[in-house]
Design a protein around this ligand. Structure first.
Ligand SMILES: [Zn+2]
Length: 217
């Protein structure tokens, strides 16, 4: 299995929509297993294919209380109930945490790596991770759900964050959400280099907005 490179903000691929997977073949299964290995290595709860540069509707999840990772192909959320406040991080937005609202419970359907149809009912961190990863497939980052820039925390500005490389965050006393404590320094050059060949105005705007938000946080 290969550890893949995780794309980080402001990489414009994070703002693009992923395509449905027509056939679950060995290439898809290989990508899924590489994503699981990459997620373990990074200490994340979930990972979506666009985060490793593949615009395919494929996500993997590793829930704190489960032994095996879940591989979900073409996941779709079919119902959302309730609302709760959560703290959230993202492997593509290293060094930051945000407070946003997520659903209390979601229902979803997906296809397994063997091609079986799955129906899922999720709450707590499972629901949160599903919403987060399915968002990635539509080019949405948790940053888009922030109500104000004060809800975004730059971990490098927290005293303790300096000597923490791995930290754990408690999500409403349920499950633990791991994220990397490393900070990516954003400079203007990153944006120009990364998006020089992007013609889509919307993606360019969203990418610029990502940079703005992070500098405010
Ligand atoms: Zn993410």
């Amino acid at each position: 299995m290969t550890i893949l490179q995780i794309r980080t903000v402001p990489d414009p691929i994070l703002r693009r929509k992923s395509r449905k997977i027509r056939e679950v073949d060995d290439a898809i299964r290989e990508l899924a297993h590489d994503m699981v290995a990459t997620m373990y290595e990074a200490g994340g709860v979930g990972l979506a294919a666009p985060q490793v540069g593949e615009l395919k509707r494929l996500i993997v999840l590793q829930l704190p209380e489960e032994e095996e990772a879940r591989i979900l192909i073409n996941p779709e959320i079919t119902r959302r109930d309730g609302e709760r406040e959560v703290e959230e991080g993202c492997l593509s937005v290293p060094g930051y945490l945000g407070t946003i609202m997520r659903s209390e419970r979601v229902k979803a359907r997906a296809i397994s790596e063997s091609g079986a149809k799955l129906r899922l009912v999720a709450d707590q961190i499972f629901a949160q991770a599903l919403e987060h990863e399915v968002d990635h497939l539509d080019g949405i980052l948790y940053l888009d759900h922030l109500k104000s820039h004060e809800d975004l925390v730059d971990l490098s500005k927290l005293e303790e964050a300096e000597h923490q490389h791995d930290f754990e965050v408690e999500v409403e006393d349920e499950g633990l959400m791991k994220s990397r404590g490393e900070k990516r320094v954003l400079i203007a050059g990153d944006l120009t280099d990364g998006v020089a060949d992007i013609k889509d105005e919307k993606i360019l705007e969203a990418t610029e907005k990502d940079l703005e938000r992070l500098s405010e946080g």
